[in-house]
Design a protein around this ligand. Structure first.
Ligand code: NAD
Length: 475
């Protein structure tokens, strides 16, 4: 069992996810055999390898788990963190199966992790370690465009994906689809525009969709629009930063606190998220940021009053120990597993609604899917049709002006006459995926009287889809 917050409460992260799935299986009255097939992690490897660091061989240990391969490739991030273990990797792989099903991405579920503190190593050392890990995964059949496609997660990003895909290319120079072996790559190396921001952007789209459903908002004790909603964010990394930044700058939400490793910065009038991020990049933490008050006990800030709480750092931060003191109306789980099984029960009893991780942070895998398609197609989205649509738009403007004798105002003609580029198309596809998934979750919750929360509705939706595959095709 891992030494995480989960384990301290007598239940591992994997067991916590299993409990939630068990509940959904029971609600869906699923056949026991299919239920068991759904839950089991199909395979997992552990690798340990030496890398020479400052003249001495250092041993690194990592895992990659495939929870399901009913659809191929299996998909899921690779995490670099000091505390990673097999249990956590298996739990995250299972979440990937459900996540893909919820947002209709035709992939199985997988996840990987390496025990390392990336902050302790020079870039050239990180490159050697990452390439060696990739080689082991490739050699053991856990990394390829057809079977298992990793992506970034905590502690990894485009840089690591770039090193890994280059390692794959060197080992398989004849594989014309080598770019599809990883997603979340730098745009210059086969990445898709919009992938880096995708998970945070997806959190924003999830909240926007919720705010289109007044009855659901009422359930949460919220009203109006996202403008002016007071939001607390934990973790201003890739996911937390993009979610907070877009909500602040595009929806007018107030980010009243940012919690980081060294404490929190609080400002009831709203923080400038980009400035906080810059300060963290310069100093390594939020302490000393002059646009808000510094609070050393970051965990206490998680319990402050707000409308929406976005945990976007790590798992197990809301537990049976602090769930009674959480004062938000809605939790949007941008991180994976931030609320433990026991905490989930307490929050439900207290009427605090949760948009679950398996839905809320699925934006990353949605756009990874687009990136994979782009890599297999060998063409950028929009390349063929953009100018055609621009010409069509200009013809429409011309026709309107000729028919009416009135000039179309410039702000409208600019919009009508503009062809969509890759960014536009990726965002549009992501928005559509997040909207449709939440609509299905809401529908299931409204239709099934045994479903009392969004998490159960999301799991029920996933389980219905994956079990249908097993029923139709077999195991
Ligand atoms: P990241 O490494 O970019 O950011 C994590 C942030 O959390 C960092 O700013 C870090 O300083 C902060 N942090 C770490 N420990 C903390 C603590 N104890 N208290 C407060 N802050 C702390 O990672 P990320 O990619 O943004 O991932 C964050 C979460 O989102 C993880 O749970 C990850 O599994 C999940 N997720 C990420 C993606 C993705 O596309 N990157 C997709 C789906 C889910």
């Amino acid at each position: 069992m891992s030494d995480s917050k989960y384990a301290q409460q007598g239940m591992s992260f994997r067991e916590s996810v299993e409990h939630m799935v068990d509940h959904a299986i029971e609600i869906m009255e699923l056949d026991e055999g299919i239920g068991n097939a759904l839950k089991v992690c199909q395979s997992v490897i552990q690798v340990s390898f030496p890398v020479e660091i400052n003249g001495k061989a250092e041993i690194f240990t990592g895992w990659r788990a495939t929870h399901s391969d009913h659809r191929l490739p299996s998909k899921g991030g690779i995490r670099f963190a000091p505390i990673v273990d097999q249990d956590e990797v298996e739990a995250l792989a299972a979440l990937m199966t459900y996540k893909c099903a919820i947002v209709d991405v035709p992939f199985g579920g997988s996840k990987g992790g390496l025990v390392i503190d990336p902050l302790q190593y020079e870039p050239h050392q990180m490159e050697a370690i990452t390439r060696r890990f990739a080689r082991d995964l490739i050699n053991k059949g856990y990394l390829s465009p057809a079977q298992n496609v990793p992506a970034p997660d905590m502690g990894t990003g485009p840089r690591e994906m770039g090193w890994m895909v280059d390692t794959y290319r060197q080992m398989f120079p004849n594989d014309i689809n080598y770019l599809g072996a990883l997603t979340g790559k730098p745009v210059e190396h086969g990445g898709v525009r919009g992938r880096n921001e995708a998970t945070g952007r997806g959190v924003q789209y999830a909240l926007r969709e919720l705010f289109r459903h007044p009855k659901e908002l009422e359930r949460c004790g919220l009203s109006g629009t996202l403008e002016g909603q007071r939001i607390i964010v934990q973790g201003l990394g890739n996911v937390g930063y993009h979610a907070a930044h877009f909500l602040q700058t595009e929806d007018g939400s107030l980010i009243t606190a940012v919690i980081e490793r060294d404490g929190a910065v609080v400002n009831d009038q709203g923080l400038d998220v980009a400035a906080v991020r810059e300060h963290i990049a310069e100093t390594g933490g939020v302490k000393g940021f002059d646009g808000g008050e510094f609070v050393e006990d970051g965990m206490a800030v998680l319990e402050r009053k707000c409308d929406i709480l976005i945990p976007a750092a790590l798992e197990g931060v809301i537990t049976a120990d602090n769930a009674e003191r959480i004062q938000t109306k809605l939790i949007a789980e941008a991180a994976n597993g931030p609320v433990t099984f026991l905490a989930d029960k307490i929050l439900q009893e207290r009427g605090i609604e949760i948009l679950p991780d398996a839905y809320c942070n699925a934006g990353g895998v949605v756009v990874s899917y687009f990136e994979w398609i782009r890599n297999l197609n060998h063409v950028r989205f929009g390349r063929l049709e953009r100018r055609f649509h621009e010409a069509r738009g200009e013809q429409i403007i011309e026709a309107i002006e000729q028919a009416t004798g009135v000039e179309v105002p410039e702000h409208l003609s600019d919009r009508i006459g503009r062809g969509a580029d890759e960014f536009d198309l990726v965002r549009s596809g992501l928005d559509d995926s997040m909207r449709l998934a939440l609509q299905s979750i809401i529908r299931l919750r409204q239709e099934n009287s045994r479903i009392n929360d969004y998490r159960m509705a999301a799991y029920a939706l996933a389980i219905e889809k994956v079990s249908r595959h097993y029923k139709d095709i077999g195991f």
